[in-house]
Write a protein of this length. Structure first.
Ligand code: KG4
Ligand code: ZN
Length: 370
């Protein structure tokens, strides 16, 4: 079974072909990030226009690289939420049109759920042999249920326990900013380039993670968390470091902070932001004893998150979670937005007999939640 996955929820126009929910045949991602960098964040109108230009060439390339014609494709899967309205619309309208004209079943995929499904990819198709084989370092084993999933992206921070495919419980989530959003905002304060996750990660390498003590929010619900407090604490800390009060504008801070101050703030913030989600993940591991722990979303590419999670999990369960296969880290390239995660989830929709969407009526759901 081969599924074409289409993803356009934010600034990446992406398409991929996946076979049987585990074999990656192609994965084409065209980002419009270059166009947004000057604005310090994604501009929805620019992203939507760029999707319109890129969507058909990206789909054609994904089919070509997978060595597939339309006859080989069994279904189309598309992100219908959550995401930016204009961006989602381009992917969904394209997928609907193709489903009708090529006569294929259409599966509507939840973007957040799909981030976790990137972890089910374990094999590379013929296109990735030869030198291209080195492009992906895939997991060797598919996750097992119960599966604990931590989704950490620019728009979402959620902890979910899956009892089986399509049978899951949302345990907790951020009450305000997503973790990636907090990284992006702190990067702005420090004058580091967008996106903030990788640039803070890089700067943090030169800093001391214990230089500053930033707060972790204490919330009543066991698995919920919040990032607004730590973000404000970073702002106040930066103002104090340069000897100004809370009225000093945040956009002028970067010029007055020294390189060492920036590195120490980046490292201390990253340390606490990551620890916040790792704390909750470990609590859930203790409560649910999952057979697999997986992460997904852009921030899941963070080496600091991977390091902390592995160490803490090892202390919690008493053995090496990676050697025992409880924790598997997928290739970081499959953590940020891509079509492969949508195609993989689409394969499971089809395999498990989930109802297909109506190609004449499928609508976008920008605020779709888990
Ligand atoms: O999943 P994603 O590509 O898009 C959303 O669905 O939001 O996530 C984007 C987020 C951004 O906030 C970016 O700063 C963060 O992921 N990110 C990273 C890394 N790469 C992207 N954060 C930490 N380390 C990275 N290497
Ligand atoms: Zn995403």
């Amino acid at each position: 079974m081969k599924v074409l996955g289409i993803e356009t929820s934010c600034d990446e126009t992406a398409a991929a072909v996946v076979e049987n929910g585990k074999r990656l045949l192609s994965n084409v991602v065209r980002s419009s990030m270059d166009l947004h960098v000057a604005y310090g964040g994604v501009v929805p109108e620019i992203a939507a226009r760029s999707h319109i230009e890129s969507i058909m060439p990206v789909i054609d390339q994904a089919l070509r690289e997978a060595k597939c014609t339309w006859d080989d494709i069994d279904a189309i899967a598309v992100t219908y939420g959550a995401g930016l309205g204009g961006s989602l619309l381009v992917g969904v309208l394209t997928a609907r049109t193709l489903a009708i004209t090529k006569n294929k079943p259409l599966y509507a995929c939840n973007h957040v759920e799909a981030h976790i499904y990137a972890n089910f990819l374990t094999e590379l198709g013929p296109h990735f042999q030869g030198p291209a084989l080195k492009e992906y370092d895939l997991s060797t084993r598919q996750p097992q249920f119960p599966m604990l999933g931590l989704i950490v992206s620019g728009g979402h921070s959620q902890l979910v326990i899956w009892h089986d495919h399509f049978d899951y419980t949302l345990l907790g989530q951020t009450l305000d900013d997503a973790i990636g959003e907090a990284f992006d905002k702190v990067a702005k304060i420090l004058g580091l380039p967008y996106p903030g996750g990788p640039s803070i990660g890089q700067k943090a390498l030169e800093g001391d993670p214990l230089a500053y003590t930033f707060p972790k929010a204490k919330l009543r619900a066991k698995y919920d968390y919040s990032y607004s407090g730590v973000k404000t604490a970073v702002l106040r800390c930066a103002q104090k470091e340069i000897g100004e009060d809370h009225q000093f504008p945040s956009h002028k801070l970067a010029d007055r902070l020294s390189d060492t101050q920036k590195a120490n703030i980046a490292a201390s913030f990253q340390h606490i932001a990551v620890e916040t989600v790792v704390d909750k993940t470990i609590l859930a591991v203790e409560e649910f004893s999952p057979r697999s722990v997986v992460i997904g979303g852009g921030v899941a590419a963070s080496p600091e998150l991977r390091r902390q999670l592995q160490n803490r999990l090892q202390s919690a369960i008493g053995y090496d979670p990676i050697a025992e296969g409880v924790l598997q880290y997928q290739d970081p390239k499959l953590m940020t937005d891509n079509g492969a995660m949508i195609a993989t989830l689409g394969c499971f929709h089809m395999q498990k007999g989930q109802p297909a969407a109506d190609p004449y009526t499928l609508d976008i759901q920008p605020n779709l939640s888990m």
